[in-house]
Design a protein around this ligand. Sequence first.
Ligand SMILES: [Zn+2]
Ligand SMILES: [Zn+2]
Ligand SMILES: [Zn+2]
Length: 241
Amino acid sequence: MQPKCAYCGKQINGKFYNDYWGNSYCAEHLKSVPQCNYCGRLIGKNITRGGKSYSDGRRICGICLKKAVTDNAQGLRLLTGVRNTLKLDGIEISPFRPEFTLISRSKLKQLDQGSGEKQGFAVFNRQLENEVVKSFTMQIFILDGLPEASFISTCAHELMHIWFYSHNITDTSPALAEGSCNMASYLVLRRQKTPEAELLIKGLFEDKNKIYGGGFRKVQRLSDKRGIDGWLNYAKTHKRI
Ligand SMILES: [Zn+2]
Ligand SMILES: [Zn+2]
Ligand SMILES: [Zn+2]
C-alpha cells in the first residue's frame, strides 16, 4: 500500500517522494509547494507549522525558523562555543577577540566577491614580526537567519580560515583550504548529535563542488588515516592535497 501524503493527507496515488525526515509526499507537490532551504521539508501548515521567505528569497520552514539566529549577541555566544569545541580537537585560535556581525545576503556577496563562501566570511588583519604573526584581529560575518546547526557549521568553517591565517599560511590551494574548513564544520557537527547536524554532514559528503566537496572528502580521508594532528601538520607543510 502507498503511504499517506504528509502535505495533503491523502492516500498517495502514483509517484511519491520521501524527505530526510521520513515524510512522504505526492510527487506533484514538489512543483507547487516551496521546500525549506535548510531541512528540505515541504513548507505547510501540518508539516512545518508554516514558514516564510526571507527578503533575499531564501525559504525557511516554521521548524527551522524557531532555531534561526537573528541576534548578534546570540551569534557571538554560539561562535565562542564553536571556537571552544574546535579546541577540543586541537584546533586552537588564540587570542580570540572576534568582531562578530550578522549580515544580509547582498552584503555577504560584496565581501565574498565570488570566492564561493555562501553563508559566512572572515576578515583577518595581522602584524608580522620576522615572518611570524605577532598579533591579529578578526571579523566574522555570518548570514542572518540561519538555523542553529547551519550557523554553527558556518562558524567552524570561517574560524578554520582564521586558523590558517593565524599560522601565517596564506598560499594554500583552494581544495586544501576549503576542504580543511569544511572538515572543521564536520568535526563540530559530529559532536552535536542532532538530526539537523547529521543532515548537514550528509551534505558535506555529497557536495558535488570539486573544491568544497572534493576538498573535504580528501581532507577527511587524510584525517582518518593520520589523525587530526596529522591533517593539521599536513596543512602547515603542504600547499595542495
Ligand atoms: Zn499530497
Ligand atoms: Zn526547515
Ligand atoms: Zn571557505
